[in-house]
Design a protein around this ligand. Structure first.
Ligand code: UDP
Length: 464
């Protein structure tokens, strides 16, 4: 048949663009033509990948750049942006006539737009199948109504594992308490996913088999897992993924090379999360108390003696700690043998990158579906321990976790006997993840099935 032409429409936020770009490379590696639809802010990221020899098509549309902060202040602009894209994307579909539209699950109009042009719409779930299942049951069964205080745990029914939460760990959206404009977008987006041709997960079968099986059943088989996407290409530019790293690649590598295996704690909270000065102070104090070596990514202007740092912190931790102010080369760091633990906000990309690298986690979820991903890590996979945050919130995170709790979690993950077992499991899971994307592996095979399915669809629509 002719070459398949796949359109990708990610959200314009780093946590969505990064895996979409990886997926683009994956499709290219299988001989498909791929075009990514994005906004001017992200064109340079696509250009960067094109310079590495990946012939990705770019279609640039003007669109207000917003991140996702459900229920937050920018929900209006987010909603506006989501809908503003419909018309230009439909024009592109009309003009370029691709064979398939892979659109982020957050675009409520994407399934209808694809149907207008008689092509399948695939929904890209940027999160775990586990989190999607928990969210679904949370909305369906409303188990949080069974408790009368914020201090009683409740179980989410009808899941393969016994998973408990506190009310405060569930977003107002999932509790059905907000009937905001964003809530409407989310509901429409979920409906649109149900009407789509199928869904793609950045996951691998062995990670969450019960959840993927269930989802495939619901979708009549039309659900594919093709991850970990960060591993799905052999030409990753580790020092420039999403953004240019704020630290020189060689300097970072040299620093890590000088450390013992599994001795460094890496702390990074994704591309959006912000902490208050006093929460940063608590983290710094905990790091000092722990006595561990660390790389700490702080997304705040930093000259070395800010008031949020304990006095003399910089001198006392010299050579022991590295603060990266801005963007870290996360894949480079996670894949280095010196890194022994990752303190993460449980954004799905970061979580899966840690899994793929075989690094144990200290989980510190903040918002979105991060509290659900935490449970997968700590309770199902048992490759991490929770720092103990119980407060789902957007905006600047203030004093949610005290230094004693942070220090205790760091001690547990680095030196406790229980950490040996966690580290062993994390290492094994990393091996399994890497095998999943190799020829014959579960994700590699599922990708083949997906592409065969798209070819068959294309051929049947041509013969009509
Ligand atoms: N990332 C990075 N350097 C940073 C912060 C983030 O490379 O300093 C990457 C990280 O590797 C991941 C993505 O940005 O691929 C963040 O996605 P995630 O889902 O973890 O969190 P979000 O940013 O969406 O909250």
């Amino acid at each position: 048949m002719d070459q398949l032409h796949i359109f990708l429409l990610p959200l314009t936020a780093y946590g969505h663009m990064i895996p979409a770009l990886d997926m683009t490379k994956l499709f290219l590696s299988r001989g498909a033509k791929t075009t990514i639809i994005t906004t001017p802010e992200f064109v340079k990221e696509v250009e960067h990948i094109r310079q590495q020899g990946f012939e990705i098509g770019i279609e640039c549309v003007k669109f207000p750049q917003v991140g996702i902060r459900d229920g937050g202040d920018d929900a209006f602009s987010y909603q506006f942006a989501i809908y503003a894209l419909q018309e230009p994307v439909e024009e592109l579909l009309e003009r370029l006539r691709p064979d398939c539209l892979v659109a982020d699950m957050f675009f409520p109009w994407a399934s209808d737009a694809a149907a207008k042009f008689n092509i399948p719409r695939l929904a890209f779930h940027g999160t775990s199948c586990f989190a999607v299942s928990v969210a679904e049951n949370m909305r369906l069964y409303r188990p949080f109504e069974k408790v009368s205080t914020d201090f009683e745990p409740f179980v989410v029914p009808d899941l393969p594992h016994q998973i408990t939460f506190y009310r405060t760990q569930v977003s107002a959206n999932d509790r059905g308490e907000i009937k905001s404009d964003f809530d409407k977008v989310l509901e429409e987006a979920i409906e649109s996913v149900k009407r789509s041709y199928g869904v793609i997960f950045n996951s691998f079968y062995e990670l969450e088999p019960e959840y993927l099986d269930r989802y495939k059943e619901i979708f009549g088989g039309n659900a594919w897992h093709v991850g970990p996407l960060s591993l799905c290409n052999d030409k990753i530019d580790e020092a420039h993924r999403g953004k240019i790293a704020s630290i020189d690649e060689q300097e970072c590598r040299k620093w890590l090379d000088s450390k013992n295996p599994n001795s460094v704690i890496y702390l990074c909270f994704g591309s959006i999360a912000e902490f208050s000065d006093s929460q940063l102070h608590e983290i710094a104090s905990a790091l000092e108390v722990s006595g561990q070596e660390f790389i700490w990514v702080v997304k705040k202007s930093f000259t070395g003696d800010e008031k949020w740092l304990p006095e003399g912190f910089k001198e006392r931790t010299k050579g022991k700690g590295l603060i990266i102010n801005g963007w870290a080369p996360q894949l480079l760091i996670l894949s280095h043998a010196a890194v022994g633990a990752f303190v993460t906000h449980c954004g799905w990309n970061s979580t899966l990158e840690a899994v793929a690298a075989g690094v144990p986690m200290v989980t510190w979820p903040l918002f979105a579906e991060q509290f659900y991903n935490e449970k997968l890590v700590t309770d199902v996979l048992k490759v991490g321990i929770p720092v103990g945050n119980r407060k789902w919130s957007v905006g600047v995170h203030d004093d949610e976790v005290k230094r004693e709790e942070i220090a205790k979690a760091l001690e547990r993950i680095m030196s406790n006997v229980e950490s040996l077992e966690i580290r062993r499991r994390a290492g094994e899971l990393g091996e399994i993840a890497r095998k999943a994307v190799e020829p014959g592996g579960s994700s590699c095979s599922d990708l083949s099935c997906l592409l065969q399915e798209l070819c068959a669809y294309h051929q049947s629509s041509c013969s009509k």
